[in-house]
Design a protein. Structure first.
Ligand code: PLP
Length: 362
């Protein structure tokens, strides 16, 4: 099986795995402590969590704190719900191409929601029109379906000028491109940057107060009660550290794969921007293609017909619709994602299999 679905999840970095094993039991069996216990085993585990927190913070701007969560979805829920004081019904504005974690949570807040439109490339205007009295603006850094890189710094400045908080879902950009400067809150997910599944984080700018979603023992600065997993935190921390160290090398590698894919899929149309884009995301369409059938025919390549969440639902992707594609074009689109561990030979082989199967449909 050739893996070409790096936006859905990434393989675990061997360095992260090794670090995690230490905190599951440890070579001397002393790594299993509860990080909230005051004794030596607890303090060792707490030190591992602290180190992981520092490492994850390097993916964010200075001047804030990292709160570990179970996923980016939870981090986004904490940001959107936890920043609203009780009874606050002021509007929020979110881009039309946000992940369901933002879209559906915003829709559940009980306040008016404005969807900021995108152009045909998938870009939100750098100075979007915001509703009066807007309390929060959310625009993602890199889109998970079409890879568009948003002008988040300028949108953050616009939100601030309007008196709103700015939340950036940086799940697909963290560790790959520079952190979104100007954001007040940033959501991250370990499993999109070669860390483990089951852990995410919300970075919160100093001075911003949130209300907890999960109450109990008061862990995570009183914002997310429950015992932390040192192994998951440590794996996330090492994955963040390696991503930071390899940022340039990973980007160069992805660039060479992107160029190759462009050659191999000649005659296909790229969805979204070619330039304001993370090049590890290749969303392509071909007239008349039945992407669902293609996926069934090419079982030896793991790729997607849209976002992992939307594919299988039968609903055309809201992202492809937002950039102006009709249902037929959306259903003729596939997403190939590659990254650090993809080889040129694998990508060539995957492309050959997909192109050959697509031609069989003609
Ligand atoms: N935001 C984006 C852009 C994503 O791609 C994803 C996952 O697909 C999420 C949020 C949710 O992340 P998690 O799986 O950590 O909840």
């Amino acid at each position: 099986m050739i893996y070409c679905d790096y936006q859905a999840t990434t393989p675990l970095a061997p360095e992260a795995r090794e670090e995690m094993l230490r905190w599951l039991d440890g070579p001397d069996g002393a790594g299993f402590g509860n990080p909230h216990s005051p004794h030596r085993l607890g303090r060792m585990a707490a030190a591992a969590v602290d180190l992981a927190r520092e490492r994850v913070a390097t993916l964010c701007p200075p001047g804030g704190r990292v709160i570990f969560t179970g996923s980016a979805t939870e981090a986004i829920n904490l940001a959107l719900r936890g920043s609203a004081s009780r009874g606050d019904t002021r509007p929020v504005a979110v881009s039309a191409i946000e992940h369901a974690a933002v879209r559906d949570t915003a829709a559940d807040l009980g306040c008016p929601v404005t969807h900021l439109p995108v152009d045909r490339e998938g870009l939100v205007a750098p100075e979007p029109e915001l509703p009066r009295d807007v309390r929060l603006v959310a625009v993602m850094q890199v889109n998970n379906e079409i890879g568009t890189i948003q002008p988040v710094e300028r949108i953050a400045a616009r939100a601030r000028a309007a008196g709103a908080l700015f939340l950036c879902d940086a799940v697909q950009g963290a560790g790959k491109i520079a952190p979104p400067a100007g954001a007040d809150m940033i959501a991250l997910s370990a499993h999109k940057l070669y860390g483990p599944k089951g852990i995410g984080a919300l970075w919160v700018r100093d001075g911003i107060e949130l209300a907890p979603l999960i109450t109990g023992g008061g862990q995570e600065q009183g914002l997310r009660s429950g015992t932390l997993s040192p192994a998951l935190c440590a794996g996330f921390g090492v994955a963040a550290m390696i991503a930071k160290e390899r940022e340039k090398a990973d980007a160069n590698h992805v660039e060479s794969l992107w160029k190759k894919v462009g050659e191999l899929f000649s005659g296909w149309t790229l969805n979204g921007s070619a330039t304001a884009r993370w090049h590890g995301n290749c969303n392509l369409r071909r007239d008349g293609l039945d992407a669902a059938r293609l996926m069934a025919d090419v079982r030896t390549v793991a790729f997607s017909a849209g976002s992992a969440c939307a594919s299988g639902s039968g609903r055309p992707s809201h992202v492809l619709r937002a950039i102006g594609l009709d249902d037929r074009q959306a259903k003729s689109s596939i997403r190939l994602g590659f990254g650090r561990y993809s080889t040129l030979a694998e990508v060539e082989e995957a492309a050959e299999r997909i192109v050959a199967a697509a031609q069989m449909q003609e």
